[in-house]
Write a protein that binds this ligand. Structure first.
Ligand SMILES: [Zn+2]
Ligand SMILES: [Zn+2]
Length: 154
């Protein structure tokens, strides 16, 4: 898995086209800009943060339209949701399996590759009929910035 900053515009556009083709999704200029924005942010952004960036290029776009497109991307597998349990939607451009380090204070999410962890295996039997799709490990802690702030209730 490649995590280095390959954020050349061309690369993002190629990736977008390929993912659309695989998902059977029509290529539109608007979708391309939204995808490229998420892809280049690499910060597991919220829809609101994505909207703020996208607006710089598409001033007339609404938050609702950004939401709708993100939903389509998530439904078709172009993007992934970070964790359904974080309360607010966070979007991930990396759709290969990987893990996360989460700051409990500012909610920063950093990627960890599969290879940066010992392989995770279940020792127990899952409830009957439970079909396992993927495994995400999340480490919780404080990012350097938050850890440096004194006297904050945690
Ligand atoms: Zn933090
Ligand atoms: Zn991630």
């Amino acid at each position: 898995m490649e995590f280095s900053a390959v954020d050349s515009e061309k690369f993002a556009v190629q990736e977008f086209r390929e993912r659309c083709r695989n998902a059977g999704l029509a290529l539109t200029h608007q979708r391309e800009i939204i995808f490229r924005t998420v892809y280049e942010m690499r910060s597991h952004p919220t829809p609101e943060a994505i909207y703020e960036r996208v607006r710089e290029q598409l001033p007339s776009i609404s938050l609702g339209t950004v939401y709708k497109n993100l939903k389509t991307f998530l439904d078709t597998g172009l993007l992934r949701e970070v964790s359904p349990m974080h309360g607010s939607l966070r979007v991930d451009a990396i759709t290969e399996d990987h893990h996360h380090v989460v700051c409990t204070q500012c909610r920063m999410v950093v990627d960890l590759g599969e290879e940066e962890l010992e392989p995770v295996r279940l020792r127990v039997q899952l409830p009957d009929g439970f079909v396992l799709k993927r495994c995400v490990v999340e480490f919780y802690g404080l990012c350097p910035r938050c850890a440096a702030k004194p006297d904050k209730p945690r």
